[in-house]
Ligand binder design. Structure first.
Ligand code: ZN
Length: 208
């Protein structure tokens, strides 16, 4: 590579790296949120312990896992995310919902009306949780990010994702600005695999 070509390449990389509109893509594996009561039933005499912090402030993956038992199958060792919430909620991918025979709807977190129930099991207890969903695509962003993008809470946008050999545009992506959120778009494992997305992929809003 001659010097001019090298310069052009470096300049392009720097420009992309510094682009504030570039949205990191976070792939959400199946996970569970629990109320304190459900946590105590499943893990009697245990504290929820931090395994690793997540990108959004105060959120963490805990050391605790549970099995999700549906009418047609079980998903084993599903991670509990902390801290505890006001409602227990199970988030899985569509392929998993089909495997275990649970007709989970595509919903934003917390929108559990009419969502089916499922049994959660640990060696020490079990609970039935009403609220199995397939998470609707969304972007966490600060209020400043929202201003820059010209969007507000609940707006729907399209995001183009440039992954290796499989450029994809996701429609129906919900904007979720909050003062303390860190810019990150969440999709599930089915969506990520279909678009060849890995932990180092970025997206761009193409239509607000
Ligand atoms: Zn999220």
């Amino acid at each position: 590579m001659d010097e001019t070509a090298l310069r052009a390449l470096v300049q392009r990389i720097i420009k992309e790296e510094l682009d504030p509109d570039r949205i990191p893509i976070g792939v959400s594996n199946h996970h569970i949120h629990l109320t304190e009561a459900d946590f105590n039933t499943l893990f009697p005499n245990q504290e929820m312990t931090v395994l690793k912090p997540l990108k959004q402030p105060k959120e963490f993956a805990s050391k605790q896992t549970v099995d999700i038992v549906g009418p047609k199958g079980t998903i084993k060792h599903v991670r509990v995310l902390g801290p505890c919430r006001a409602h227990s909620q199970v988030e899985i991918a569509r392929s998993e919902a089909l495997n275990i025979g649970v007709p989970a709807p595509i919903r934003l977190s917390g929108h559990l009306d009419g969502a089916p129930s499922v049994k959660l099991v640990t060696p020490d207890g079990e609970v039935t949780v009403q609220g199995v969903i397939i998470a609707k695509r969304h972007i966490h962003m600060s209020n400043e990010d929202a201003k820059r993008f010209g969007v507000k809470l609940g707006d729907t946008v399209s995001v183009e994702v440039q992954s290796q050999d499989r450029r994809t545009i996701y429609n129906d992506v919900i904007c979720r600005p909050r003062e303390d959120f860190v810019l990150e778009m969440h999709i599930d494992t089915d969506e990520a695999n279909a678009a060849n997305v890995d932990g180092n992929t970025f997206g761009k809003i193409v239509k607000a």
